[in-house]
Design a protein around this ligand. Sequence first.
Ligand code: SF4
Length: 220
Amino acid sequence: MRVPSNSLGFKRLLLRWFRHAGRDLPWRATRDPYRVLVSEFMLQQTQVSRVAEYYPRFLQRYPTVHDLANARPQSVREAWDGLGYYRRAENLHRLAQVVVKQHDGRVPDRPDVLRTLPGVGPYTAAAVATFAYQKRAAPVDTNIARVLRRVFRPRLADGVRGERTLAALALAVLPHRPRAAWEFNQALMDLGATMCKARRPDCPRCPVRGACQTGRGARG
Ligand code: SF4
């Protein structure tokens, strides 16, 4: 995949904005892979504000992967109460047991190995690899896919949703320095959640408008 010509400008504007306006979320203060995993499981189907409320409580009860692996299923379910979609709690519990038994209690760092764990799909695997280990991985969820489509207007050769094209694009525009890649991935999420929303993108106030192929032509 060729790197789009507006990629450098986009990165500069996005990172500059993120460094002073990025959301202060509890899971961004840690690189502990277990804690990052817990946040990613919670965020799979629950709003950020709700996760921010439950995340510290859950970790107070199960501060390490060993604590969670040794817990009773009923207790894990209680700790998850209020977040819904209990299947995630069951998977997270089983995942902790697998990590303890098969990986010496260490959450794997490679996306392909992470994907073998219960409840971990391509997005969560890439998210843990970048957010915990600062690996060069690009998690693409619906918010990030929307931002990439609007900013770079790629030709989606592999169909309407163009998942493979967007995954390749996300990697092509990712900064090389580990810390910058971490920031870039977090910043894309914030941009999708606060400015580049699905229904009404706020192009007039958007910090990356100068480098966005859609925003440049928008009114306002
Ligand atoms: S300028 Fe508009 S379309 Fe482009 S990223 Fe910002 S909000 Fe989205």
